[in-house]
Design a protein around this ligand. Structure first.
Ligand SMILES: Nc1ncnc2c1ncn2[C@@H]1O[C@H](COP(=O)(O)OP(=O)(O)O)[C@@H](O)[C@H]1O
Ligand SMILES: [Mg+2]
Length: 344
């Protein structure tokens, strides 16, 4: 019988994974992946599932290494190395998407100031500046001219940037979302914890420096399209941009109308997921002036409820299957199937 090791992190995919294991009579072994003897603890398991994420400096430091070592021991792991080596790293994703020939937004990265300044001097604006880390559009901004680009480049090769942003990062959006939920008081109550988390993350992860990243600006998108591919299922929704802004991620305005989704995005997401070999991957698309969908970024760790709220999903033949599915369930089913315990 398959023993599946699960690293518990309350509030993450592991909540549902553990529940799913109990419901289906699967042998679940809870394992602390931070324990120094984690490799020997994993020796009796056939699979490991760990929803590690960008909000933990420790995860960023060591999760990829534990995962690769577990794979070397012969375990089936979620997320596999193919699924997560590029997670929370838009620089890595640039190379990844280029390597597999994915339709993508052209991206430029420089590792020294002189090369960056020379490029800035001969390119056109606006461009989009990003840090490789961050979510919810926090570290994404429009650069209107060469002067602004030069200032950012000097900072990138000087003091660097705080990856968790400043204390007021995206405050208007946070305010709008909380008001929508009727939760302004809750936000105020959590404020000290939020500020402490921002402070801690910035202190632990260290500054982002030594590279500068610019992306072509794809103008005119009022929403982006997120396609999440888990095995042979694709879930889709769109996200409206913030009012008066080009950025959708983190706006909180998710739309589930199917006629807003270009099936070319679904097709592309399946194709690129196969080439990457990813078990589970969210693809964010914008469309260019010719209406062609281009990938902005990819991520294995996404908001589970947003996927669960999709009315159904497409299979690889683009046939529609009605019904809500928790992404955690799909992930664990595929992992068990990979261990030879299909149809669990
Ligand atoms: N090059 C671009 N051109 C046009 N819009 C973009 C571009 N890059 C990002 N966006 C918009 O900004 C949002 C955030 O960018 P993204 O790279 O996905 O960062 P994050 O990791 O914070 O989600 C996207 O959801 C998209 O709406
Ligand atoms: Mg995004």
């Amino acid at each position: 019988m398959t023993v599946i090791a699960i690293h518990p992190r309350p509030g993450s995919f592991s909540d549902r994974w553990i529940e799913y294991g109990h419901e289906r009579g699967i042998a679940v072994q809870q394992v602390d992946c931070y324990a120094s003897d984690v490799m020997s603890r994993l020796a009796s398991a056939q699979a490991l599932a760990w929803h590690w994420y960008h909000g933990s400096a420790t995860d960023l430091l060591m999760a990829r290494h534990v995962i690769m070592a577990a794979e070397m021991m012969g375990l089936k792991v979620f997320p596999s190395t193919a699924t997560c080596w590029h997670f929370d790293d838009k620089v890595a994703q640039k190379y990844l998407l280029e390597a597999v020939g994915a339709p993508r937004v052209p991206t430029h990265v420089f590792y020294d100031l002189d090369t960056a300044l020379a490029w800035i001097g001969q390119t056109t604006f606006p461009k989009v500046f990003k840090l490789r880390r961050g979510a919810g559009s926090r570290n994404v901004r429009l650069v209107r001219d060469a002067g602004e680009a030069r200032r950012l480049a000097r900072k990138a090769f000087g003091g660097g940037f705080k990856p968790a942003g400043g204390f007021l990062a995206d405050a208007p959006t946070r305010y709008r979302k909380a008001r929508g939920r009727g939760d302004l008081l809750g936000v105020l109550r959590r404020l000290p914890t939020t500020l402490l988390n921002i402070y801690r993350t910035n202190a632990q992860i260290g500054r982002e420096r030594g590279y500068v990243y610019f992306q072509e600006f794809i103008a005119g998108n009022t929403f982006d399209t997120r396609i999440t591919v888990i095995g042979d299922r694709a879930f889709g929704f769109t996200r409206n941009v913030r009012p008066g802004d080009f950025r959708a991620s983190g706006s909180g305005h998710i739309n589930y109308e199917l006629d807003r989704i270009n099936l070319k995005c679904v097709e592309t997401a399946f194709d690129v997921a196969r080439k990457i070999g990813s078990q589970s991957m969210a693809f964010d698309f914008v469309k260019d002036a010719q209406g062609r969908p281009l990938i902005v970024e990819v991520s294995y760790a996404y908001l589970n409820t947003a996927v669960q709220q999709c009315a159904g999903h497409w299979d690889e033949a683009l046939r529609w299957h009605e019904g809500h599915i928790w992404p955690e369930d799909a992930i664990i089913e595929d992992l068990l199937a990979a261990c030879g315990q299909g149809g669990a």
